[in-house]
Design a protein around this ligand. Structure first.
Ligand code: ARG
Length: 459
């Protein structure tokens, strides 16, 4: 039952080797796709008069019954079936008798498994895209609520220039949009049918590859049968795009982790999204972003793993390719779960501490560029202004004061062009609002961007 190829062999497989060889434990994930693939194949065989219409309909009926049995929990594919393809074929033969043996005419498990995995992945990519979309909407909502909240902007993780919190959040919206665009690209290459390539060379059976491709919703078909059964580029591309999604989630996680420290105190975690310590009663831990950051490594590992699996493979199908499934399955689940968790975090888990954020930008030198730009506006060359402000910073540091605490006379000692309006110019909200270049953080630019995103995501 479990070995369709047994007549060529004199003895049966060593039991450990039999288990080692089997993929049923994980490729049973493809059960629905495998049945759909077989239904399309059987219908095509009937249409092409390879089998009679009646035979075709009986096979399809049997396959549909298997699907229902599975959905009702009556049938669960398992070892000792070698893989999902044999499991379904064997069950079909049990159900409808010898006619079931005609199903595999003109195809191989090589083109079959390639078809199944592409159908499965195509669905997952759509699901991940939908999750990215709802996460973007959650981010947009937070951005809309925080235009006037300021946050220190960093370079080298040193205070650089203040930002509108919305502008900071909108940066992530851009990143996740690129992820969605990339997935759409990948989908084009997932959505190509290898079915009918058979083992590697095509078949002499009078099949219609376009018919099965159309029934299974593929946009087009592989034009080279060898490439069709050996290509896993689409899987690598999926793992690579997923790695970038995880990279973006991980960078955001890292920021959240330090935002909620006592040292930063830019945000707090709500009880529904934070965890405690078994020992230290005061602790509130950011496990969710930490886990997302951690899971990123595992997705990178899958990408590296599959690249390595593929790099030495001669054409065409090699059993090594059975190793493509677990990384693909695990990556789809990890990316989906991470996106869901991060969306919940933004919907209910993160409360920005506006007062602390505002206070933090009032008490630093992140308006130093603006003091220099002030002089530039009065005709001083930028490099000269830069050096003057450097000296002012040094003076302030020695006195442990900020720019706003300098008297106008003290300012004037450094340059005569300083006037009363310098104080207005270095207020954080004016500092932010003055960065009005396209793509900058000024309130009106951010408003424009919010509107653009609103139209893009919500209309
Ligand atoms: N379980 C196999 C896989 O996942 C199916 C294809 C087997 N093909 C073969 N020629 N042994 O790749």
């Amino acid at each position: 039952m479990s070995q369709a190829w047994s007549t060529r062999f004199e003895t049966s497989l060593n039991p450990f080797i039999q288990e080692f060889n089997a993929s049923i434990k994980f490729d049973k994930t493809l059960i629905i796709e495998d049945i759909d693939c077989s239904i399309a194949h059987a219908r095509m065989l009937g249409q092409q008069h390879v089998i009679t219409k009646e035979e075709s309909l009986k096979i399809i009926k049997g396959l549909n019954e298997i699907k229902i049995d599975y959905q009702k929990g009556i049938f669960e594919p398992s070892f000792p079936s070698e893989d999902i393809h044999y499991a379904i074929e064997n069950l079909l033969i049990c159900k409808i008798g010898d006619l079931g043996k005609k199903l595999h005419t003109g195809r191989s498990r090589n083109d079959q498994v390639g078809t199944d995995i592409r159908i499965w992945l195509r669905k997952k990519i759509n699901e991940i895209d939908a999750l990215l979309f709802s996460f973007q909407k959650s981010l947009l909502k937070i951005a809309q609520q925080n235009i006037n909240v300021l946050i220190p902007g960093y370079t080298h993780l040193q205070r650089a220039q203040p930002l509108s919190l919305s502008h900071h959040i909108l940066a992530y919206l851009e990143m996740f949009q690129r992820d969605r665009d990339r997935l759409r690209e990948v989908q084009n290459r997932v959505n190509i049918s290898p079915l009918g390539a058979a083992a590697l060379a095509g078949t002499k059976i009078n099949i219609d590859r376009y018919m099965t491709a159309q029934e299974l919703g593929f946009k087009t078909i592989y034009m080279n049968s060898i490439d069709a059964v050996s290509d896993r580029d689409f899987a690598i591309e999926f793992l690579s795009s997923s790695s970038l999604i995880m990279t973006h989630l991980s960078r955001l996680s890292e920021e959240i982790i330090f935002w909620v420290t006592d040292e930063f105190a830019f945000a707090d975690l709500t009880d529904s999204c934070a965890t405690g310590s078994s020992l230290m009663p005061q602790k509130k831990n950011p496990d969710v972003p930490e886990l997302i950051r951690g899971k990123t490594g595992r997705v990178f590992g899958h990408l590296q793993g599959l690249l390595t699996t593929l790099k030495g493979l001669p054409l065409a199908y090699n059993k090594d390719l059975q190793e493509d499934k677990e990384p693909i399955f695990d990556t789809a689940k990890t990316v989906s779960d991470s996106l869901k968790a991060m969306t919940i975090l933004f919907d209910e888990g993160l409360k920005f501490n506006d007062d602390n954020l505002m206070r933090s930008v009032e008490n630093d030198f992140s308006n130093a560029t603006d003091v220099a730009d002030y002089l530039v506006n009065k005709g001083v060359a930028f490099r000269e202004a830069y050096q003057i402000v450097g000296s002012i910073v040094m003076f302030c540091l020695s006195k442990k004061i900020l720019f706003k605490e300098l008297s106008l006379d003290e300012f004037k000692e450094y340059h005569n062009a300083f006037d009363e309006d310098i104080y207005e110019n270095i207020l954080p909200k004016n500092v932010v609002n003055s960065r009005n270049s396209v793509g900058g953080t000024s309130f009106s630019r951010v408003q424009e961007e919010l509107l653009r995103w609103n139209n893009r995501l919500l209309n």
